[in-house]
Design a binder for this molecule. Structure first.
Ligand code: DX5
Ligand code: ZN
Length: 213
């Protein structure tokens, strides 16, 4: 079963409450948090979380693109996170951070930049229930899919069976790309631009779900 995580970064922020209410059938809402340091952009903050939590019961999948994420795990729990995903490139003690996320009752996730190999994280994969493979360099929506990540996705697809984690992709995913990646073992899909660009994210999401039921 395919799980869809609409990327709230791509919603209409002048009309966020309405966009979010229409996404009640999403499996998760993907919340990109950026610090202007680990990535060259700023992302969703407290106000966006408060607005989303007020208008939706859909679980929040929080993608922390920030340095030293351990400092902020408790805060994002307070803001309503269900999954918290951290980058090994941004954390000196990634195993401790993943353990902390689990201790606090949330789902630990690890994100891999396009240039980060599976080898880098193989020791901590058993600590994760969620693996987020970036298919663009993190920081911005609407970028081009990086084809060289396909080999890594195939490897992660096999490991997902062994370690029992959900394999999620993030970066220029659309309906066609989803069809291409499913056979590799990808089950969870963050979709930003492709979902919101025609102004009917709920309809587009439902079409994708129906095609892949
Ligand atoms: C990129 C973010 C993504 C982004 C996805 O740094 O992590 O979640 O919002 O947007 P698209 O689907 O447009 O690449
Ligand atoms: Zn993301």
């Amino acid at each position: 079963m395919v799980k869809i995580h609409p990327s709230v970064l791509c919603a209409d922020h002048g009309n966020l409450a309405e966009d979010i209410k229409r996404l009640e059938n999403a499996d998760y809402l993907h919340m990109d948090v950026m610090d202007g340091d680990f990535v060259p952009n700023f992302g969703l903050g407290t106000d966006s979380f408060t607005c989303v939590r007020k208008h939706s019961d859909v679980p929040l999948d929080v993608h922390l693109m920030i340095r030293n994420p351990a400092r902020h795990i408790r805060y994002f729990r307070k803001l309503g996170a269900s999954i918290i995903t951290v980058h090994p490139e941004a954390d000196t003690h990634i195993a401790g951070t993943l353990a902390l996320i689990r201790e606090l009752g949330m789902t630990p996730g690890i994100a891999l930049n396009p240039g980060t190999s599976v080898e880098t994280v193989k020791e901590v994969l058993p600590l994760c229930d969620h693996v987020l493979a970036m298919t663009v360099n993190p920081g911005f929506a609407g970028q081009e899919f990086l084809e060289f990540t396909l080999g890594k996705l195939a490897v992660l697809g096999e490991l997902a069976q062994k370690h029992n984690f959900a394999l999620c992709v993030d970066g220029n995913i659309d309906a066609d790309r989803l069809q291409q990646l499913r056979p590799l073992g990808v089950t969870n899909f963050v979709i930003g631009t492709a979902l919101f660009r025609d102004g009917d994210p709920a309809g587009m999401m439902q079409r994708i779900k129906d095609e892949n039921a």
